[in-house]
Write a protein that binds this ligand. Structure first.
Ligand code: PEP
Ligand code: MN
Length: 364
């Protein structure tokens, strides 16, 4: 069952805003100069209304730069006063909430590592309580829509209505070109269930590198997502965290100027459905390729074994038995005999080729 959400449209609380909502700023606040220079660069881009910076950084391993802590809040206050941008920071516990609100932070965000934990989200929700502050909720690290929605519902239940979901991609066991697999079907399903909940896409954490960012933003807008949160640093190569995925303010301006803002097509149901199915196919193909590559590795190992033990490559009895077994299994799964045979023969041929290569190598 899906609880309905009571959401205030962001156009009502974000001054001067038109879709899409653009949030930009460094992964981490590092020094006052870095924060201010980045903020002035960003403030000259009219589409950007919100400045982001992490001051308490959740790191995968201890000992890495864990953020400048509370003193960064004063830098953000200065950004607010001197640029007019609204400011947002990540909060992971009630103390962060208290300190951020005491320093006039306009918008709070809850990170992917916190959203996975309903205890933590509940504590944060209660700490914010009736202070009517907007909250951005990232998706959890794992591809789990229920946990993401659960976090949003917890905040909504304490009376917070200025809520925005942030899609930052998901940990996925297969290697993909992305740092966090976008799995567009998940935010699409969230939009279908809660059409009134704005969704902002974080291409920086999805992509993990600058090159993929423009296409990912365009895709987000084509899917009628409501905005972007993009990591922006005055000097990305010197960034203390996430250096490969940050862009300069000038680059951000260029990326934004090249975006094509399409009008709503009116056929979004159809395009969502198609996208959902395509995303499913992409994932399955990745798995298929991964499995084929793993199979070939095993075939090579067998080749080495055959070479060392002076056994012939082609073992006809085994091959005939394998064919028969696989065809039977495939037919049970609704695949045609011709298709499986073609597939097996092609895989087998490549396996033989690999084993011949192994035989011809100087070393086993
Ligand atoms: C961030 O935005 O810098 C961050 C830590 O993101 P996430 O929680 O999505 O990993
Ligand atoms: Mn980051």
């Amino acid at each position: 069952m899906t609880a309905t959400l009571n959401i205030t449209p962001f156009e009502e609380w974000l001054p001067g805003s038109a879709q899409p909502m653009i949030i930009a700023g460094p992964c981490s606040a590092e020094t006052e100069e870095q924060v201010m220079e980045t903020a002035f660069g960003i403030a000259s881009i009219p589409q950007v209304k919100i400045f982001r910076a992490g001051i308490w950084k959740p790191r995968t391993r201890p000992g890495a730069f864990e953020g400048v802590g509370t003193k960064g809040l004063q830098w953000l206050q200065k950004v607010k006063e001197q640029t007019g941008l609204l400011v947002t920071v990540e909060v992971a516990n009630p103390r962060h909430v208290q300190e951020a609100l005491d320093h006039g932070i306009d918008i709070l965000w809850i990170g992917a590592r916190t959203v996975v934990n309903p205890f933590a989200v509940q504590e944060i929700a209660e700490a914010i309580g009736d202070r009517d502050v907007p909250v951005l909720i990232k998706n959890p690290l794992n591809p789990d829509l229920t946990t993401w929605m659960g976090a949003i519902e917890r905040l909504n239940r304490v009376g917070l209505k200025k809520l925005v979901a942030v899609h930052r991609g998901f940990s996925f066991f297969n290697r993909t070109p992305y740092r966090n697999a976008p799995m567009w079907e998940i935010p699409i399903e969230l939009k279908r269930l809660h059409p009134n909940l704005p969704i902002v896409v974080d291409p920086s954490h999805i992509c993990g590198n600058r090159e993929l960012i423009p296409a990912t933003i365009q895709k987000a807008l084509d899917l009628e997502m409501n905005g972007v949160m993009i990591e922006t640093h005055i000097s990305p190569s010197k960034a203390l965290t996430d250096k490969n995925q940050q862009v300069t303010p000038a680059h951000l301006e260029e990326i934004l100027s090249r975006l094509i803002l399409r009008r709503e097509t009116g056929s979004s149901e159809l395009s969502y459905k198609l996208e959902e199915l395509r995303s499913e196919i992409d994932k399955l193909d990745e798995e298929l390729i991964d499995i084929l590559a793993r199979r070939m590795k095993v075939v090579e190992e067998i080749g080495i074994y055959k070479k060392v033990n002076k056994v012939t490559i082609l073992q006809l009895k085994r091959w005939n038995q394998l064919k028969q077994d696989r065809i039977e299994a495939g037919i049970k799964m609704g695949l045609s005999r011709e298709f499986i045979l073609k597939l097996l023969e092609s895989v087998h041929e490549e396996g033989i080729r690999r084993q011949i290569e192994v035989m011809n190598r100087d070393e086993p």
